[in-house]
Design a binder for this molecule. Structure first.
Ligand SMILES: NC(=O)C1=CN([C@@H]2O[C@H](COP(=O)(O)OP(=O)(O)OC[C@H]3O[C@@H](n4cnc5c(N)ncnc54)[C@H](OP(=O)(O)O)[C@@H]3O)[C@@H](O)[C@H]2O)C=CC1
Ligand SMILES: N[C@@H](C[C@H]1CC(C(=O)O)=NO1)C(=O)O
Length: 318
């Protein structure tokens, strides 16, 4: 069988990780990177995203590595019309809207759009469904951090005047203990969001106000905004560790049971890219089997993620 031919749109943290990870796959080749910028620091062929239509017959799956805050709502559907796509769209409140838009666009082009892969949404979503399905009255809580949310960091970098920025998510230890004891936890009360930004002093008040009032991303959270020098940012705020856990507990018959799923990520984009690449394999396979329209990780059989055959997996992993 021939290798899956991949393309990447958007060359940021995630795009760079996906590029490196595709090189490690036995069954995938990278055709090129499509960017709005014309000179990128890479050995991979780079094409202008404006010319992407010309590459339709050379790409089996297109990885949409753009920012979810503003890029994806504006651009993702146009790519789904032309290519089978995989994305990591993570503005949870707008995922149903994204799903409907991508379904219409993908069907228009007879393509598949596999949306909202990654770890949250993504692997955490899968665990939330699996674990909650086991309990008549599940008690479930999701925690993130301490670490750098790429989605929230992208959102703040899109604010006029922000030269560099990251957002750290800080979980409350008391809330984690409460969840493990089976008590209900409010996610917004259980996390603090700490933004570190490089910007001119004249812009500080406006930037802070824009962040703390930003719907979906910051409203409702205890949010702080700290302004630092470029040197301080470069020295202390370029790492992207992250992680988290989903805790589900409840009564089954006469017993108390609990399910935990935890991630410890040395570098958030590397892990997210690895999930995206595995789902890119599944998307190419599903499209080759005739599946079209938008699908979510809930609808992808796990064996499709693996480069190994189903028979091998049954023999070695079941
Ligand atoms: N589902 C999940 O679990 C996760 C989802 N994500 C999602 O992934 C998205 C992308 O994250 P991330 O890669 O960190 O975002 P970046 O800000 O690094 O990149 C986003 C886009 O911005 C452009 N860009 C990057 N660097 C520059 C630059 N120096 N100058 C101008 N433009 C630039 C690139 O497009 P271009 O090359 O065209 O300029 C790139 O595609 C996030 O918004 C988040 O929503 C991330 C982690 C987990
Ligand atoms: N989508 C997130 C992945 C996790 C991290 C997160 C948060 O810290 O709020 N929520 O979901 C990301 O972009 O990193």
């Amino acid at each position: 069988t021939t290798n899956i031919r991949a393309g990447i749109v958007g060359y940021g943290n995630l795009g760079r990780s996906v590029e490196a990870l595709i090189a490690q796959q036995p069954d995938m080749d990278l055709h090129g990177i499509f960017s709005r910028r014309d000179s990128l620091d890479t050995q991979t062929p780079v094409f202008s995203v404006d010319d992407i239509a010309a590459h339709r017959d050379q790409v089996d799956v297109l990885f949409l590595c753009l920012g979810s805050a503003t890029d994806m709502p504006a651009q993702a559907a146009s790519f789904a019309k032309q290519f089978t796509t995989v994305d990591t769209y993570d503005n949870h409140n707008l995922i149903p809207e994204h799903r409907a838009k991508m379904d219409a666009a993908a069907r228009e082009g007879d393509n598949l759009a596999l949306i909202s892969t990654g770890w949250d949404p993504g692997l955490f979503s899968l665990n939330r469904v699996l674990a909650a399905s086991l309990f008549p009255q599940p008690q479930q809580a999701t925690f993130w951090g301490l670490g750098v949310s790429q989605g929230h960091s992208d959102a703040i970098r899109r604010i006029e005047g922000v030269k560099r920025g990251v957002q750290y998510t800080v979980p409350s230890e008391d809330a984690v203990a409460a969840a493990k004891a089976g008590q209900p936890v409010d996610p917004k009360a259980a996390h603090k969001r700490q933004c570190v930004i490089v910007a001119d002093a004249a812009d500080h008040d406006r930037i802070r106000e824009t962040i703390v009032t930003m719907p979906d991303y910051f409203v409702g959270y205890d949010t702080t905004v700290e302004f630092v020098s470029e040197a301080e940012f470069e020295a202390n705020h370029t790492g992207m560790p992250h992680g988290g856990q989903v805790i589900t507990a409840g009564q089954l018959v006469d017993s108390h049971n609990a399910v935990s799923f935890e991630l410890e990520l040395g570098r958030n984009p590397d892990f997210t890219g690895a999930v995206m690449v595995a789902y890119g394999r599944a998307a190419a396979r599903l499209r080759a089997q005739g599946t079209v329209g938008a699908i979510t990780p809930f609808e992808v059989a796990p064996y499709l993620l693996s480069p190994k055959s189903l028979d091998d997996l049954v023999a070695s992993t079941l």
